[in-house]
Design a protein around this ligand. Structure first.
Ligand SMILES: *[C@@H]1O[C@H](CO)[C@@H](O)[C@H](O)[C@H]1NC(C)=O
Ligand SMILES: *[C@@H]1O[C@H](CO)[C@@H](O)[C@H](O)[C@H]1NC(C)=O
Ligand SMILES: *[C@@H]1O[C@H](CO)[C@@H](O)[C@H](O)[C@H]1NC(C)=O
Ligand SMILES: *[C@@H]1O[C@H](CO)[C@@H](O)[C@H](O)[C@H]1NC(C)=O
Ligand SMILES: *[C@@H]1O[C@H](CO)[C@@H](O)[C@H](O)[C@H]1NC(C)=O
Ligand SMILES: CC(=O)N[C@H]1CO[C@H](CO)[C@@H](O)[C@@H]1O
Length: 582
């Protein structure tokens, strides 16, 4: 029903958002359209928050000629990728068809690992939550990489440079729901608060912050201290902030490849092109370190390689937590024994490529209510007309409006058996957020075959025990007088009424991935044994390639992943510019 209504109004939308963009230049639908005599300084692979940011920032410099390659098509004018409330049903055309390898830890289920295959990458199909994680996370990335430039305080200027906090289209008064001191007002990425008026359900959630000392209100979840306050308080409830501007999804493509940027003569965007490998580039130089600046690409549908291009300066790999490791492994950069077993000639031995993936496992918890007090039901057709007219109404926001960030208390019995996996006392354990370990590996030596994805859900007993505490936390939140005459019963796997065996089976059958994978090309100190890239994001053991996306983040932050990638990419752009400014 949802989809049928959309189709009916497609032509209206074309008038509403396509016409101002017909002047676009330099966007190529296929590799054959590129002028073969043009030399690019940088070739950026992938257009998510990593690639779009870097391509946009580098092409600000008139000296640099930049090519951005995307496997999917353009995002412009596509209703499904623009209306904020359409977040649950993206057509397969805009997604890679990846699945997580079934294992007993997830009850042998086949779960899709959703990744965007369209301009903007996964930011074109994500839940749009603007969450930076905690200062502790970044300070720990700085320690792990030995580069203080990755610390929270050093990155703050980049955080603000990236962001443009805007009012919701409804004009709702959001005063007291965020703290302007922590936000940027002039950046490219638009961020806003929920536009609709506070619902009965929201009011009950806010009542909990007054009724239960355990769950106080937090004005701004993006201060770097989503928990904060003296470490005696372990949970904080805050209003959601979303990458929505002018009532539309503000993906990396909308924010960083906007019509003004697309007019730059020194930025070319090549669509529908599947990068297969990065190849060694022969030069007359004397260095023994292999130089890889030649990008090989092909056609996803015919599964044929169609050409290659060599960057004059660098290749920036921004194909995401799955794609970047996949391309590195196909290029012979990985564990030489594993590559050799598949018949791939190793270029350099970096055992950690594709390993150490971490992710946030999640589970749904249901409570039944006597009546519905959320966003009131609306007529889709009318709502879509309203959205098309002035970008307001129920379609201009996502279904979630308040978030709860929480830590396990210091007194938790879990700490008798497990080390605290969080980066510090201000980093939440739940939203529900936990650590797990997994990998990206090759299924075959054919670069057109999808890789094997294991995001490590529920692989450790800590995950199970901590999830149990997360369920108990939710039970406490939904108890007490704010829920009187409203909640009827709980209908989920309750760890306090089921046997441990039953509960574990229920969780394994129900666990979900949150598509927050990181760490498959992790950053480590220069000269370190482990890791894949140096603190300047250059791939170890070779020359010519940097990785700029979620794969370089050493472990999953205590927050969603799109914003950390933007933050990393802003600094990476400056590192690259500085390296070639001479
Ligand atoms: C997606 O992958 C499944 C197997 O995992 C396959 O059956 C299906 O045909 C694929 N769909 C597309 C559109 O390639
Ligand atoms: C998962 O597969 C393994 C191996 O085939 C089997 O032993 C196990 O019973 C399966 N688990 C479930 C929950 O189906
Ligand atoms: C918005 O609300 C705040 C506090 O709730 C109030 O002080 C302020 O005057 C309001 N602004 C407008 C424009 O109504
Ligand atoms: C290598 O040097 C030769 C002779 O100077 C020159 O003709 C050739 O173009 C150079 N090749 C490259 C890849 O720079
Ligand atoms: C919870 O209440 C709803 C509504 O009254 C009812 O349909 C459902 O069966 C109940 N579930 C359980 C587990 O008791
Ligand atoms: C070489 C070239 O075309 N440089 C342009 C790159 O883009 C900037 C910003 O639009 C222009 O100022 C340059 O002229």
């Amino acid at each position: 029903m949802h989809v049928l209504l959309l189709q009916g109004l497609q032509s209206l939308l074309a008038v509403a958002i396509l016409s101002p963009l017909l002047v676009l230049a330099k966007v190529y639908q296929h590799a054959a359209e590129l002028d073969p005599t043009v030399q690019f300084d940088f070739i950026v692979i992938g257009s998510g928050p990593g690639g779009s940011t870097v391509a946009s920032r580098l092409s600000e410099d008139p000296k640099f000629n930049v090519l951005l390659i995307e496997a999917g098509g353009d995002n412009e004018g596509i209703l499904d990728l623009s209306v904020p409330s359409f977040i649950l049903n993206f057509p397969p055309a805009y997604r890679w068809n990846y699945t997580i390898t079934p294992s007993p830890a997830i009850a042998n289920r086949t779960i899709e690992y959703m990744r965007g295959r369209v301009l903007g990458g996964s930011s074109s199909i994500n839940g749009m939550i603007y969450s930076r994680g905690s200062a502790d996370d970044y300070n720990s990335y700085a320690r792990i990489s030995g580069d203080n430039g990755w610390s929270w305080d050093s990155l703050l200027p980049y955080i603000k440079k990236n962001e443009r906090y805007v009012a919701p289209t409804s004009g709702r008064n959001t005063s007291g729901e965020y703290d302007v001191r922590y936000h940027g007002l002039k950046g490219e990425l638009q961020v806003s608060q929920p536009p609709l008026e506070t619902t009965g359900y929201d009011k009950r959630c806010l009542d909990v912050t007054r009724a239960q000392a355990e769950f106080p209100f937090l004005t701004d979840m993006n201060s770097g201290r989503p928990i904060g306050l003296a470490q005696l308080i372990y949970s904080r409830e805050a209003w959601q902030q979303s990458t929505i501007g002018n009532g539309e999804r503000n993906s990396a493509a909308v924010a960083f490849l906007n019509p003004t940027v697309r007019k730059r003569t020194n930025l070319s965007i090549l669509l529908n092109t599947h990068v297969t490998r990065i190849l060694e580039t022969k030069t007359n130089g004397t260095s023994k370190t292999p130089l890889l600046r030649t990008v090989e690409f092909g056609d996803h549908t015919t599964r044929r390689v169609v050409g290659k291009l060599t960057a004059a300066k660098e290749v920036i790999l921004s194909a995401g937590v799955v794609g970047s490791a996949h391309i590195l492994l196909n290029s012979g950069i990985g564990d030489k024994h594993e590559l050799g077993a598949l018949g791939i000639i190793p270029v350099t031995h970096i055992p950690d490529v594709g390993k150490k993936m971490s992710e946030h496992p999640g589970a749904d918890i249901y409570f039944s209510a006597e009546r519905f007090e959320g966003i009131p039901p609306f007529d889709q057709n009318t709502a879509l007309k309203q959205w098309i007219t002035d970008r307001t109404g129920p379609l201009s926001e996502t279904p979630h409006r308040l978030l709860l960030w929480s830590r396990l208390p210091k007194s938790s019995p879990l700490w008798r058996n497990y080390a605290d996996p969080s980066s510090g006392p201000d980093a939440p354990h739940f939203e529900i957020i936990l650590l797990a370990g997994g990998s990206i590996a090759l299924r075959s030596p054919d670069p057109f075959d999808d890789p094997l994805i294991d995001d490590g859900l529920l692989k450790t007993s800590y995950d199970l025990e901590a999830m149990k505490e997360g369920f108990r936390l939710a039970k406490r939140f939904f108890s007490g007088h704010p829920w009187d005459n409203y909640l009827v019963n709980a209908s989920f796997a309750d760890p306090d009424t089921m046997s441990p065996y039953q509960w574990e089976a229920a969780l394994r059958n129900g666990v979900k991935t949150n598509y927050h994978g990181v760490g498959t090309a992790a950053m480590s100190k220069k000269g370190a044994q482990g890791g894949v890239v140096d603190p300047d994001l250059k791939v170890k053991g070779i020359r010519g390639v940097r990785v700029v996306d979620a794969s370089v983040i050493p472990y999953v932050p205590a927050g969603h992943t799109q914003v950390p990638v933007y933050i990393f990419s802003e600094r990476a752009s400056d590192l690259i510019k500085a390296a070639w400014r001479s």
